[in-house]
Design a protein. Structure first.
Lengths: 115, 110
């Protein structure tokens, strides 16, 4: 079946613009995660959903970052008033369940460049 | 705060040689993951290590976990060029949240 998909794959935004990044998890996957990967670094956790409930948003770097998953499937990560330091690859991952035994599957990522 | 450290961060080796990548983490966790990332691509899961003493092998790669030492190793045997990539270890920190190491960029030269 289809894997995790993300769109757009590439986004260039001028500083101060708002952006919205979309994640389509694997069908039936309960858990959804967003990670931010800066150039040359490992991914860093941003936020986690279990169905439509956002259970952890401790990794969101500022109140300019907002994520939602209103129907428990597709998720959107929104960044308001983008800054240059927001330039990174944003990875989405999903897993079948909500306990540790379920593996996370990663999407291809959205590369955001803020100019 | 859970910290995950990999070494080396950069590794250049010749085909046919063996080498090991190390992953140390700072607090107790019983689950450790190894991922591969090719340039411009997403993360590909290699191994999930679930318990102390776990060892898994796939082709020329073998991963092990020592939870008492808080150490995992990824051993490469008789390296081939196709294994050139960046390798990440990640440790679970509650409810499936993963904390990643910095990555080891592996280059295998003919």
């Amino acid at each position: 079946g289809a894997g995790v998909s993300q769109s757009p794959r590439y986004k260039v935004a001028k500083r101060g613009q708002d952006v919205a990044l979309r994640c389509d998890p694997i069908s039936g996957h309960v858990s959804l995660f967003w990670y931010q990967q800066a150039l040359g670094q490992g991914p860093e956790f941003l936020t986690y959903f279990q169905n439509e409930a956002q259970l952890d948003k401790s990794g969101l770097p500022s109140d300019r970052f907002f994520a939602e998953r209103p129907e428990g499937s597709v998720s959107t990560l929104k960044i308001q008033r983008t800054q240059q330091e927001d330039s990174a690859v944003y990875l989405c991952a999903s897993s079948l369940g909500y306990v540790s035994s379920y593996e996370q599957y990663f999407g291809p990522g959205t590369r955001l460049t803020v100019t | 705060e859970l910290k995950v450290e990999q070494n080396p961060l950069f590794l250049s080796m010749q085909e046919g040689k063996n080498y090991t990548i190390y992953c140390n983490y700072s607090t107790t966790s019983d689950r450790l993951y190894w991922y591969r990332q090719d340039p411009g691509k997403s993360l590909e899961s290699l191994f999930v290590l679930l318990s102390n003493g776990a060892v898994k092998q796939e082709g020329r790669l073998m991963a092990s976990l020592d939870t008492k030492a808080r150490l995992s190793t990824l051993h490469i045997t008789a390296a081939v060029h196709d294994l050139s990539a960046t390798y990440f270890c990640a440790v679970e920190r509650g409810a499936q949240k993963l904390v990643f190491g910095q990555g080891t960029r592996l280059t295998i030269n003919p």
